[in-house]
Design a protein around this ligand. Structure first.
Ligand code: ATP
Length: 508
């Protein structure tokens, strides 16, 4: 599916047409990199969030949740390093007037070389068949060896330059690699400069009394500053975790690709507090655990891959991304970071308050180490949406579009239709709808032909459609149609709830 631009366009159009996602402020021509969730989108989004919460909080007796304010004391962001270091290097092309992240231009260049290597390997595998030894081939093929060396050299230049905020070195690298603007094709670049991604605003009513505060760029800090509150009031024993979901804001330099990269988005984060020295064990544990969660939604393993970071953030001693095969290729969906004691120590220093844990087993106090799992809810939404989007050719040659969303995540669980709008069928259908609605989110519809109504629900992923006909009035049975198989069964009304419930099961 990699690089499938057409498919991506179709998904975006579908998301709009069927009330999943609208452009923000559309009647004013929209606002860049901001999107609104529509009537079906909000249900899917809520269901994904609840499923994450269930997996993290309900299924782990040592994890609890919080909901911290978006506004925080400005010193929080000094301590966390965001004021000084939450920057991206920015560069403009003077001809196209397009703005880029300078490091991404270089990373894209690396990706192109990597793609060449992959092509060589695929070709060779075809040529040698079963006898193909990939490791040996990669180590000995002169073109691959040369390309790997090239990549190594670029990385050895880029990463230290990023680490040292050396904008001149990054500019030089872009020039040396002869990277051209993808839009204008020219190499007429401005200098590279740092750009802080935090949004700021003023709090307080008078000009003199107002303080500059930031919109949080991550939810994690709300957890760190509440570490002791939760530990003490919840009598939590290490290892334990604190989970939180909520909005985060980043003034991204290049915000494209639909809801993949927005300036306002939602994170689902969990900070797991552990004994110093045990962090690598927990880091591995959470990598596995999070991958299991992704797979539990029925998306195949080959759609995911781990990407271990060579270049670590200032606070981390190990980090990996879970990448998903989006229509634009494999991209980060979730990060798992071993954040050491960086954040708690920094908050101790800046606040002057101790953030220690007394370990009764060791009879010792320490600043815990932290392993974090951090996933973007919107990116997870996009992953579910892209995987669910299915165009099928039916036996009679006709086409149908169906959203194969896992039933427990689907916006509506059951749609109830009277076959015709007369003879008491709507009343009977409404009666059934009323008995089902306390259990499931249901949809009642009587307009258009049954075929059209089925298709509309296929397009939003409703797992079951129930149709009430004249026979229903005689024997209290209905037709129930399953979304994926399109199989229709005649069942007693009393059976509907059980049948639907069975399909909603998911095992964590
Ligand atoms: P990227 O490298 O894509 O900018 P990041 O490494 O800065 O992401 P983190 O700071 O680790 O991201 O944030 C954790 C998660 O939050 C990411 O894995 C992603 O799912 C989500 N996320 C981050 N930035 C955005 C954004 N601008 N829009 C939507 N989701 C985002």
């Amino acid at each position: 599916m990699a690089n499938n631009e057409d498919l991506f366009k179709k998904i975006i159009a579908h998301a709009k047409e069927y009330g999943f996602i609208f452009q923000s402020s559309e009647i004013y021509d929209g606002l860049a990199a901001a999107y609104d969730y529509g009537q079906n989108g909000v249900e899917l989004k809520n269901n994904i969030r609840s499923y994450w919460w269930k997996a993290m909080v309900q299924m782990h007796e040592n994890i609890v949740g919080i909901d911290a304010a978006i506004f925080m004391h400005p010193t929080v962001w000094k301590a966390s390093g965001h004021v000084d270091a939450f920057n991206d290097p920015l560069i403009d092309n003077k001809d196209s007037k397009k703005r880029y992240r300078a490091d991404v231009l270089v990373e894209d260049h690396i990706a192109k070389i990597e793609a060449k290597i992959s092509k060589e390997i695929i070709k060779a595998r075809k040529r040698f068949g079963d006898a193909f030894d990939e490791k040996q081939f990669v180590e000995t093929n002169p073109r691959i060896v040369a390309n790997l060396e090239k990549i190594e050299k670029i990385k050895n230049c880029l990463y230290p330059a990023m680490e040292n905020d050396d904008m001149t070195a990054i500019k030089q690298l872009i020039e040396d690699l002869e990277i051209a603007c993808p839009v204008s094709g020219s190499r007429n670049w401005t200098e590279v400069r740092q750009f802080n991604l935090m949004f700021s605003t003023n709090m307080g009513s008078t000009a003199e009394g107002a303080t500059e505060i930031y919109l949080r760029p991550e939810t994690a800090q709300g957890i760190f500053v509440n570490f002791l509150n939760v530990q003490k009031t919840g009598r939590m024993k290490i290892p334990f975790g604190i989970a939180q979901t909520g909005k985060a804001f980043r003034n991204e330099i290049v915000a494209r690709q639909f809801i993949f990269r927005m300036r306002e988005f939602e994170q689902m984060e969990m900070q797991f507090f552990v004994r110093p020295g045990e962090e690598m064990k927990w880091y591995e544990y959470w990598k596995e655990e999070r991958m299991k969660w992704h797979l539990s939604m029925g998306i195949p393993r080959e759609k995911f891959r781990f990407h271990n970071h060579d270049k670590l953030a200032h606070y981390a001693n190990a980090a990996a991304d879970i990448e998903f095969d989006f229509p634009m290729g494999f991209k980060e969906l979730e990060g798992i970071h071993s954040r050491t004691d960086f954040d708690l120590k920094a908050h101790e220093e800046f606040s002057g308050k101790k953030l220690r844990y007394h370990d009764p087993e060791l009879n010792e106090s320490y600043v815990p180490y932290v392993v974090e799992t951090s996933i973007g809810l919107d990116r997870q939404f996009l992953a579910v949406l892209t995987h669910a989007y299915t165009e099928e050719t039916l036996k009679d040659g006709s086409q149908r579009m169906v959203m194969k969303i896992p039933p427990f995540l689907a916006p509506y669980k059951v749609a109830v239709f009277p076959l015709v709008k007369k003879d008491g069928l709507p009343e009977k259908a409404m009666e059934i709808f009323d008995t089902l609605k306390p259990e499931f989110l249901c949809f009642y519809e009587e307009k258009d032909s049954i075929g059209k109504r089925y298709r509309r629900h296929d397009a939003i992923g409703t797992p079951y459609c129930v149709t009430v006909d004249h026979k229903t009035l005689e024997d209290n049975t209905v037709t129930i149609r399953e979304r994926d198989s399109m199989k229709q069964d005649r069942v007693p009304i009393d059976e509907i709830a059980r049948i639907v419930m069975e399909r909603l099961a998911v095992s964590l």
